[in-house]
Design a protein around this ligand. Sequence first.
Ligand SMILES: *[C@@H]1O[C@H](CO)[C@@H](O)[C@H](O)[C@H]1NC(C)=O
Ligand SMILES: *[C@@H]1O[C@H](CO)[C@@H](O)[C@H](O)[C@H]1NC(C)=O
Ligand SMILES: *[C@@H]1O[C@H](CO)[C@@H](O)[C@H](O)[C@H]1NC(C)=O
Ligand SMILES: *[C@@H]1O[C@H](CO)[C@@H](O)[C@H](O)[C@H]1NC(C)=O
Ligand SMILES: *[C@@H]1O[C@H](CO)[C@@H](O)[C@H](O)[C@H]1NC(C)=O
Length: 400
Amino acid sequence: MKAASFFAGLALVASSHGLNVLITNDDGFGTANIRAMYYAMTALGHNCYIVASSSDQSGQGSRLIFASNAKLTSDSEFGIIKSGAPSIGQDPKDDHIWYYNGSPATQVLVALDYVLPNHANFSVPDLVMTGPNYGLNVGPFLYSISGTLGATQTAIERGIPAIAFAGSYGTHTAYYDIQSSTSAGLQDPATIMGRLAATLAQAFIDKASKSNATSGGRVLPLGYGVSVNIPLISSFKDDSCVNPPFVRARMTGDGAFTSKAVYDNATGLFGSANYADDGTNMCINGDCNLPGEIEVINSGCKSSVVLFTIDYDAPYGASSLADPYAALLPDIVQLNNATNLVGGLGANASVQGATGSSTGTSTGGTTSASAKSGAGRVMLGNVSSLVALAMGVAAVATLL
Ligand SMILES: *[C@@H]1O[C@H](CO)[C@@H](O)[C@H](O)[C@H]1NC(C)=O
Ligand SMILES: *[C@@H]1O[C@H](CO)[C@@H](O)[C@H](O)[C@H]1NC(C)=O
Ligand SMILES: *[C@@H]1O[C@H](CO)[C@@H](O)[C@H](O)[C@H]1NC(C)=O
Ligand SMILES: *[C@@H]1O[C@H](CO)[C@@H](O)[C@H](O)[C@H]1NC(C)=O
Ligand SMILES: *[C@@H]1O[C@H](CO)[C@@H](O)[C@H](O)[C@H]1NC(C)=O
């Protein structure tokens, strides 16, 4: 079947029941990849909105960085929006495309809690799609660093099925530079990646709607997400990799790596390098027979598809300990319903402060020590507000 008629067929299926879809990324609202995915999902009959950062926000993971200024203090990426414009707004050419000057995770929150309820004809999307990222997001290391995956995790935490996409092609391109035909006479890699993402999303949608009784109409169950990595699409040069199959993979597995710090004594600065070890390749959850994402990507023209959950708790199961809680947790970590909970200081529970001998001449040694421990208690009672304050300070510092 020709690609065009295959595509038209999908559009017919979907147009009878288009979903409401939120699309975001970490590379910014003006990049070719996110626009191509939006065009492809819209062509399938879905009601799509982009809410994405006004500039590149790669590597932010799930960090919440809200704009610290109500106006943009510099032009958005590719100069699409000028400095001085509001820090949130619509693309001048498409009112379903929004930019916001914040990290990827905040795009999801601002979309769910502001843009969609106020400016769309729905409030809660049926599906969130992120990316396709410029550069692969392979392995557990990038699961926690990638802004694309951070936005995905944020959506799943808000109860919305989400699929993250990343591609090997790494050069940020403006949406208006998407070529209708490359010098090899093929579609632009961004167009092909957008179509790959839409095709896979539609397949999930179709599968879920067929099993409506068990799926309850959800594209994925609560707490589940998908991470997809697409190999280098070769269409700028040739057709050697323009239609990669999707294959099942797992996040950990052969080749998964993390980072190590590399000191450069010429500059006195650190950089990072890939570092592979058993910690990142451990199989604790899921199907240990599946190949790792990197193994799939390295094995030729194939895309890896990983199903994950955001329940990070220790699992029971055959591939793990029968009861990890009993096997790994010491007795001092007790059951909440135990009748006599033992304090965390254990048997040596005295918190008696210094009696004054160590502070020498102070007449009020005991008093001042207890005042100090009193202050300590106030701080402990205020840990959450202190954390919130620290996060706020960190967020502002990042934007400066
Ligand atoms: C929402 O808008 C989209 C297009 O903008 C339309 O296709 C859809 O039917 C609308 N949904 C509702 C519930 O009005
Ligand atoms: C699918 O399930 C949802 C929720 O239970 C329901 O509202 C919807 O009508 C169902 N759709 C079909 C085609 O059965
Ligand atoms: C106490 O909590 C544990 C773990 O949640 C549970 O398995 C156990 O049944 C509870 N015991 C009682 C008496 O409720
Ligand atoms: C008990 O706590 C006190 C005060 O912190 C400390 O000096 C002492 O060494 C502790 N004893 C033991 C057995 O840990
Ligand atoms: C937390 O700190 C605030 C002031 O920052 C204070 O008003 C409040 O009483 C404190 N709460 C606790 C539980 O100490």
